[in-house]
Design a protein around this ligand. Structure first.
Ligand code: ZN
Length: 458
């Protein structure tokens, strides 16, 4: 079998993922607002990536940062009459709870920027000593003209890098337009002592300070959303490689594509801003994970009502198949559909985590399995092997199968069908009585957009 390939942004091609021991750093959230489904795309992907690597016997240490000091946090806190720290703590908790709901639990350690101020100061001191940084009236800046390879990760020339203005600190005293802040002297907002005066760190320096502390000056994989490639990741390269003089900072760089909603970029002003919590108040976390994994992580993904509808149908197809597998009692068919599915699934995952292809292999298995069921040709033993395979893959995907808590017993499912029938006959009293019976068995009915859902009573 071919060895595992991943697309490396640094070399702009697929490369063999060689190391058996992997230190992975992924850019975490800036905690000034609720996380949206675009964030979910990034973190669900890396969750699946890490779980897959671990399932293949690799050792992964997965580190993520939390940006808990930032201009956006300070601005929002001011708007809401809160202290920046209070606001950041609130949204950090919300983020953690969103990740928990989504089953994102492969991260070994979350590290806050504000817990690494001495490491940040130390990096800036070294950049100043080496001549890569300079002081102005309002802060310490990185001089991008001093780093000859600036632009190598994002594939920009230094002139293009200069011309880009997105999220680059504005200051009249900078040497080059593209120079970015390492330290900002601040009169208001949170501040820490430094050799140059009270202030707070710039955005990019926190990541290299955190990774240097926990991983050293070089590690295997850096990941994040595509929109962080420039200037954020480029700045990280410039900082750490200038300090260490041993490139590359990370051997592989992996970037997750954008998410749009009905063809448009998500924005609050357009009213198409969909938070993870908005989504989960109408649908299951399983649906969101599945929806995300249906497109390739590097591809842009367009979230639409139609996609949502189609994905629900697909989950139903899997569930019906699983119920059938559980009740299988046909003849032995000596089928090789499972082996075929297993091979296609692995081949897809080893090819730069092609989750849509892997899911296609699952649906092919469902299709072929259903054909065998139609001929009463799938034995209890064969069905059990297929179920075991699905469970194994679900340890990585966490959305192929309904979670244990989500599977209502047959009696409850039958009562629900009766209730649906009663409701369609407008027999409200009977429907209500059936609801109570279901409750007594420990299940609550939630009437969702897509129909009723059974939820275990906690
Ligand atoms: Zn970052």
């Amino acid at each position: 079998m071919k060895t595992m390939q991943v697309y490396n942004t640094l070399s702009r091609q697929k490369e063999e993922l060689e190391p058996k021991k992997i230190r992975l750093f992924v850019c975490g959230p800036t905690v000034y607002d609720y996380s949206h489904i675009g964030h979910a795309k990034t973190y669900v992907f890396f969750d699946v990536f890490v779980k897959y690597l671990r399932s293949q016997g690799r050792k992964v240490i997965y580190l993520e940062n939390i940006t808990d000091v930032d201009d956006k946090i300070i601005a929002r806190a001011e708007q809401e009459g809160k202290k920046p720290k209070e606001l950041a703590t609130f949204f950090e908790k919300e983020y953690m709870s969103d990740m928990k709901s989504l089953g994102v639990d492969a991260v070994d350690s979350y590290e806050r920027a504000t817990d690494h101020i001495p490491e940040i100061v130390s990096q800036i001191e070294r950049l100043l000593t080496k001549g890569y940084a300079y002081e102005t009236e309002d802060g310490i800046y990185y001089d991008i003209a001093k780093f000859a390879e600036y632009g190598k990760l994002s594939g920009r020339t230094s002139q293009q890098a200069e011309d880009a203005v997105s999220r680059i600190d504005e200051s009249v005293n900078k040497r080059n337009r593209g120079d970015f802040a390492l330290w900002k002297f601040s009169e208001k907002g949170p501040s820490w002592k430094s050799p140059w005066g009270a202030g707070r760190p710039g955005w990019h320096i926190e990541d290299t300070a955190i990774t240097e502390k926990h991983f050293g000056s070089q590690y295997e994989i850096h990941g994040g959303a595509r929109d962080l490639l420039f200037p954020h990741h480029e700045a990280e390269v410039a900082q750490m490689e200038a300090i260490s003089e041993s490139p590359p900072l990370a051997r592989y760089w992996m970037h997750v594509g954008f998410l749009t909603v009905e063809g448009e970029k998500m924005s609050k002003s357009k009213g198409n801003f969909l938070t993870i919590q908005d989504f989960l108040s109408h649908h299951s976390p399983r649906l969101l994970r599945f929806l995300i994994l249906k497109s390739h992580y590097r591809s842009p993904m367009d979230y639409t009502e139609e996609l949502l509808h189609q994905t629900k149908k697909e989950l139903e197809r899997i569930d019906e198949f699983v119920w059938k597998l559980e009740d299988a009692k046909g003849q032995d068919s000596d089928t090789n559909i499972l082996q075929k599915a297993r091979e296609s699934f692995t081949k897809a995952m080893e090819d730069d985590l092609n989750t849509p292809e892997a899911l296609a292999a699952v649906f092919e298995l469902v299709r072929e399995g259903n054909a065998l069921f139609a001929d009463n040709k799938l034995s209890k033993g064969e069905a059990k092997d297929i179920l075991t395979f699905l469970k194994e893959q679900d340890a990585v995907f966490a959305c192929l199968l309904p979670s244990k808590r989500e599977i209502p017993p047959k009696t409850v499912r039958e009562l629900l069908l009766k209730r649906e029938e009663a409701r369609s006959n407008q027999a409200w009293q009977e429907a209500d009585q059936l609801r109570k019976e279901i409750q007594q068995l420990g299940w609550e009915i939630e009437d969702m957009d897509e129909g009723p859902r059974l939820k275990p009573i906690a």
